[in-house]
Design a protein around this ligand. Structure first.
Ligand SMILES: CC(=O)N[C@H]1[C@@H](OP(=O)(O)OP(=O)(O)OC[C@H]2O[C@@H](n3ccc(=O)[nH]c3=O)[C@H](O)[C@@H]2O)O[C@H](CO)[C@@H](O)[C@@H]1O[C@H](C)C(=O)N[C@@H](C)C(=O)N[C@H](CCC(=O)O)C(=O)O
Ligand SMILES: Nc1ncnc2c1ncn2[C@@H]1O[C@H](COP(=O)(O)OP(=O)(O)OP(=O)(O)O)[C@@H](O)[C@H]1O
Ligand SMILES: N[C@H](CCC[C@H](N)C(=O)O)C(=O)O
Ligand SMILES: [Mg+2]
Length: 490
């Protein structure tokens, strides 16, 4: 595409005199640049893309976009904000893909991944092909692709959604993290539905306060825009049982669809019954009612199903299909996932890595456990330090015995993270031990467990690595647990 065409909808850009040049592709990483590409310099947290201009040119860049004063041997287009500019030109270069396909964004502290997979199931049961972008992976139909971030950067998103359209995807469902909203990764995304799950403490390493965190989440609802399309209305889907719902409702000009179990809402669950085999409830909606009998465990999953139902109803999916979709799903990878073998105690692997999710999962286990509850849990390094003591308190409140261990220590000293977790505990709170090595911690829990006990291994869920320093080592809680069970049984 010619540079002038890429820039055609940006009236205030600088004129550089080379607008006729043909741009093969846009890149924001000098290492990916090929002959004929445009390189956009992004000033990151680790390095500054402006320092990689020479490498980009060596690799074939024929034009540079910069927000700092730079000189280069190829034409340079100076803009005030390269992140914003990247979102715009990436959308233009890939033909504004999100204007041509329904896009559903899911935000909130917990439940995003689960809701996206419930939505995938709903649309697939309605014979629609889906694209899913989120924490575990990217999926196009049944094909899976690894990705680095829950919500990738704007360039990746525009390119990927363009590709999804080529692959005949009918609906795109993506998790939208607060980082992504704050860092402009979803600039250029035209959402048709924005879903809010809940808000609780996380990411206070990144956001200055809970207000700032909520403000970031609210951007998704503001980004639904002000224009109305009679044929394709836009929806803000909001959990009214969460105190943050008020501000989020006020952040959008579009239809608000509410859901909840406590407060009056458009989509509600009535007669909820929870046990160790799943959840049953009556799904009440403006278009009718249906009994749902799901294998997903815990009240929080009722909320996740309500959020997904609200989207389904907004997109005119029959309740019978929604019911079928929910009853088909046996679980989401790494979320309340049982480790299966012939042992006489239960082992559950779960991705709870926030105080609220840990509390929800332990509360659920408390409601169904017959005997002793063990929890193996840690906190990630280079992440919100203030959640560490809270998670330790929650572990001890619900479990009979906690084993505090490492999650992904990243560049922090694991013993310091564990110290942060246990520092505030009183002398009476002694139902725990600290085993820094996660493998040994899991082995210890399994060796202690007796018939009918439950072990929760929390924090890493689907992850198949443990990051120590900058290196990712193979590590899968489910495999480690299974090996420990086999060793115990010998
Ligand atoms: C803090 C943060 O969000 N960092 C993200 C950021 O990295 P960064 O700012 O360090 O990037 P950088 O390495 O400084 O590079 C700056 C620029 O120089 C370029 N570069 C770099 C090196 C080089 O040789 N040549 C070159 O051109 C890079 O391509 C980039 O354009 O930009 C990268 C590319 O988009 C992201 O992958 C990276 O996410 C990191 C891995 C991360 O861990 N982020 C977490 C905090 C995050 O975003 N998490 C949320 C989920 C949270 C949740 O809800 O649980 C998520 O959406 O993933
Ligand atoms: N609606 C919910 N409310 C509270 N906790 C939940 C909810 N849904 C799931 N959880 C808990 O949170 C964990 C993470 O769930 P999920 O992966 O669906 O959330 P997420 O928002 O995608 O998380 P992340 O921000 O890490 O991507 C689950 O393993 C479970 O323990
Ligand atoms: N998206 C979250 C995942 C945390 C998972 C947990 N295992 C950890 O490493 O802290 C984050 O990057 O903060
Ligand atoms: Mg997720």
């Amino acid at each position: 595409m010619r540079l002038k065409e890429i820039l055609s909808f940006l009236p205030f850009h600088e004129r550089i005199g080379y607008e006729d040049m043909e741009i093969k592709s846009i890149e924001m990483d000098s290492r990916k640049v090929k002959n004929g590409d445009l390189f956009v310099c992004i000033n990151g947290f680790t390095v500054d893309g402006h320092d990689y201009v020479d490498e980009a040119i060596q690799n074939g860049a024929i034009c540079i976009v910069a927000e700092k004063e730079i000189t280069a041997s190829v034409p340079v287009l100076h803009v005030t904000d390269t992140v914003r500019f990247l979102g715009m030109i990436a959308a233009k270069f890939y033909g504004f893909p999100t204007q041509h396909i329904p896009l559903i964004g899911v935000t909130g502290t917990n439940g995003k991944t689960t809701v996206t997979y419930l939505l995938e199931s709903i649309f697939n049961h309605h014979n629609q092909k889906t694209g899913v972008i989120g924490t575990i992976q990217m999926k196009i139909g049944k094909d899976t692709y690894p990705i680095n971030n829950t919500t990738p950067d704007a360039l990746f998103l525009q390119k990927t959604i363009h590709y999804m359209i080529e692959q005949d995807v009918d609906k795109v469902i993506m998790e939208v993290s607060s980082h992504a909203l704050d860092l402009g990764r979803v600039y250029g995304c035209d959402f048709d539905a924005a879903v809010f799950t809940n808000l609780s403490q996380d990411h206070l390493d990144y956001h200055a306060s809970m207000e700032d965190y909520l403000r970031a989440k609210s951007l998704l609802f503001a980004q639904l825009g002000n224009s109305y399309n009679e044929k394709q209305p836009k929806f803000a889907i909001i959990n009214v049982d969460d105190p943050a719902s008020n501000l989020l409702q006020r952040s959008t000009a579009q239809h608000v669809v509410t859901y909840g179990c406590e407060n009056e809402a458009h989509i509600m669950a009535r007669n909820v019954s929870l046990d160790a085999t799943g959840t049953r409830f009556e799904l009440v909606t403006p278009v009718g009612k249906v009994e749902v009998n799901s294998k997903l465990i815990g009240k929080f999953n009722v909320y996740n199903m309500l959020a997904a139902s609200a989207v389904g109803v907004a997109f005119h999916i029959p309740l019978s299909v929604i019911k079928q979709a929910f009853e088909h799903i046996t679980g989401v990878n790494g979320r309340f996932q049982p480790v299966k073998s012939n042992h006489n105690f239960s082992v559950i692997v779960d991705y709870a890595h926030t105080p609220d999710s840990l509390e929800n999962v332990l509360q659920t286990i408390k409601g169904i456990a017959e005997k002793t509850i063990y929890v193996v849990v840690g906190c990630g390094g280079d992440r919100d330090k203030s959640k560490r003591p809270l998670m330790a308190q929650i572990a001890l409140k619900y479990a009979d015995h906690a084993i505090f261990t490492s999650d992904n220590p990243r560049t922090e000293d694991p013993t310091v993270i564990l110290q942060d977790m246990t520092d505030g505990l009183t002398k009476d709170q002694n139902n725990y031990e600290v085993i820094t090595d996660r493998k040994k911690a899991i082995q210890q829990a399994i060796n202690l467990a007796e018939e009918k006990d439950v072990i929760l291994i929390a924090g890493k869920g689907h992850e198949t690595y443990q990051q120590i320093g900058h290196k990712k080592h193979d590590f899968d809680d489910r495999i480690v647990a299974l090996e420990a069970i086999e060793a115990k049984e010998k």
